[in-house]
Design a binder for this molecule. Sequence first.
Ligand code: ATP
Ligand code: ATP
Ligand code: MG
Ligand code: MG
Length: 890
Amino acid sequence: MRIIDRSVFVGPSLYAHFPVIRLELDLERLEDWPTGKLGPAFVDALIEAVPGLAEHGCSYRTPGGLIRRMKEGEGTWLGHVLEHVAIELQNMAGEDVTFGKTRSIDGRPGVYSVVYEYAQREEGIEAGELALKLLRSLLPAELRSADAIPEDWNWPDARDAFIRYAQRRALGPSTMSLVKAAEERNIPWLRLNEQSLVQLGHGKYQQRIQATVTGKTPHIAVELASDKEETNKILGSLGLPVPRQELVQSEGAARRAARRIGFPVVTKPYNGNHGRGISIRLTSDEEVVEGFLKAKEISRSVIVETYLEGDDHRLLVVNGELVAATKRTPGHVVGDGTHTIRELVEIVNQDPRRGIGHEKVLTRIELDAQAEMMMARVDVTADTVPEAGRIIYLRSTANLSTGGTATDVTDIIHPDNREMAVRAIKAIGLDVGGVDFLSTNIAESYKTIGGGICEVNAAPGFRMHVAPSEGKPRDVAGPVIDMLFPQGTPSRVPIAAITGTNGKTTTSRMLAHIVKMAGYTPGLTTTDGVYIDGQRTVEGDMTGPVSARMVLADPQIDFAVLETARGGLLRAGMGVPKVDVGAVLNVQSDHLGMKGIDTLEQLAEVKRIVVEVAEDCAVLNADDPNVLKMGGYTDAKVICYVTMNPSHGLVREHIRAGGRACALEGGVNGQMITLYDKGSHIPLLWTHLIPATLEGKALHNVQNAMFAAAMAFSMGLKLDAIRAGLRTFDSTFFQAPGRMNVFNEHPFKVLFDYGHNAHAVAAMADLAKRLDVSGRRLVVVAGPGDRRDEDLREIARAVAGGFDHYICRRDDGLRGRAPDEVPKLIAATLREHGVPDERISLIPDEQEAIDAGLRMAQPGDVLLIFADALVRSWKQVIKFKPEGAPEKAP
Ligand code: ATP
Ligand code: ATP
Ligand code: MG
Ligand code: MG
């Protein structure tokens, strides 16, 4: 049994509308060993190793269902079991994932497609690997392959290592609570690094957090809070309760300071955290010196300050309001008269919240040097049996990370103390801050019973508030998110996704151009690169999830247009969980037979994902039967059909029923792009006014323009912006290399395009036919070597009959074919379709073929060139000097 392929889908895919991992698992000889045959001992051992599986309902949908499924009759196959284990392992690491689906793959006996949901990429991958190892280790000896499991491997260690690995990568509790609060408010988020830096919201609406520091937290406030002396002065000067404090650098100075302040005192490092180096309640010169030295190990200067009686409280202030108050108790045990302190610690640590997998709620207490010291102070040892009810502190400070506990006291805090905390945080200037306040009773005013602020914390942890060990959990993350995104502020940018076989880039660019005309700053991803506000920021094929993320993270953009190609969909799924408007232009046979996509129906299923996740509107080509059918697969509020056929029956009916559509309507003056919506009829623009349509003759660009218009309209853009956008969109080589570029500077006209499938080639051939030409029509044609023979013949058929001369060439990259195989195949097909021999030239090399075309062209001719090496070929076209032509001035 082995994993032969793995895909990690980051967004909607063929398998689910959320992130899943898909394994191709070859059971090999285990295909003959379903769980029924492996026997109940195997199942029982599995349940013992992963007890949570007992809860999986599987197809029975009730706890115990999976066990039943494994034990009944022949049972189930190991691929399916692996799916459940991979899910349960993630559950054990604290993730909330449930979805899985395992199917055998047609025509590949013993090979299964195992799909399971994941929460975090690396953890999800590891869960699958570990599940595989576990299953292998539980197999009877004779079925175990020799190399499978290393000698020193054992399940409990591997399991714990996995859980730790998962938690190291997981967001910390504070960040997690903020992300959850954002999700509850439908605010999207993106993790920006392996730590706790997170983007909330898209594009220009984004806010960032790093744990509980927000993009609005002033740097100067953070600096102040981390300077305990400065903080003490500022708070004291405003009349807030603070201990008397002195900063010292020597033992002598420490002793003198303590005497001035008055015993008992506290010593602490000037730059400290997590309670390190702090000594509490020092009552003699000797203790002060000892405390000084300990603090000195951490920081050059040491603070000596008044010891404040009472319990530690953390008062959390967000956006000028106290949102939670927690009493913190240092790690301790309570005597019961029978157990030793060592045993009591064991008992406390057995609390599952302190165990592996829950380390982030409570931490285990360690009997270390500090514990020894604390015990020594009250004359006990680890072997003492304290009397019932006696509290033995094992820590001097109340940090949760050293085993402390937290009790929520938000409901009982005295209003004076509440106000004091708010003032203190305001004085330091934090938007999110924690006041450490010592008081013998938080329910009474500090003005009556005393108490003081020992510290102000920037980036206060939320764990003690959202998951206190005692008392009511508080939603402290919500107020932070509400501060970053006050009611009514946007957090999402509109997202449009465009897919299809041909015209994606052109349509995406048209839409982005309209968007810009409407005053937005679009982010656009295409096969040519990423464009921010019309400027290309990254070159290359950028149609996968990485580029979608890149655009949504860009702090400038307020609109996203995503060209979505089949490759990315199959490899990694969509880069966004949903889109506002999704469009499918066409589904044509290009690149069939690749990556398990053999039929048009399968290809349609891939492209359909874009409309499945469209929320507002699905824009569909009603003239393409494979696209038309997709209407049944979207939950979008509206379907908008695009048709070039004004009497399309279904579309007419849709319009009559108040539906949305974009249709091409003819008149004496030309063709009008017309929108219909809710019974209204909106003439938008004459096609001949759109330069990219070459006076309305380039029907493929008419269609692309209609899609761009329909999408823009569906996203609420103004009609004038749509018109202005289409009228000013051009298709020069500089803007859109290889997309119907026209060169008019020679005595003949050159059409330059990189169409590389029959559908695209036919679109250009149709254009050549429609142009008014006084001379002949010539074409330089080819097809990519890695397409099937039938696809190449189809390309030849798309030009056959439309031209006076045909030059057949090949691309530089042979992609597995002999040097003149492609041109020969095309030429042969042309002949079969009645093109006489003398009208066909076979010139394999691209440069030579284009050169021959240029030489052959006479004034008044049209030369259509399908090019592959775009830059080189375009240069060749513009540099060409027709014979006898006068030298042009440079
Ligand atoms: P943290 O990282 O948890 O904020 P820290 O290293 O910044 O800790 P402080 O917050 O100054 O240190 O002190 C830690 C703990 O020590 C306090 O929560 C409190 O329990 C105790 N403590 C500090 N100063 C005093 C004081 N003046 N009187 C009594 N106890 C104190
Ligand atoms: P790719 O898959 O290479 O990214 P694409 O879908 O992004 O292609 P475009 O770059 O816009 O498509 O256009 C590629 C070629 O397809 C054009 O040069 C033209 O030959 C043809 N084409 C463009 N739009 C259409 C259309 N609506 N119908 C048919 N063919 C088209
Ligand atoms: Mg502190
Ligand atoms: Mg493209």
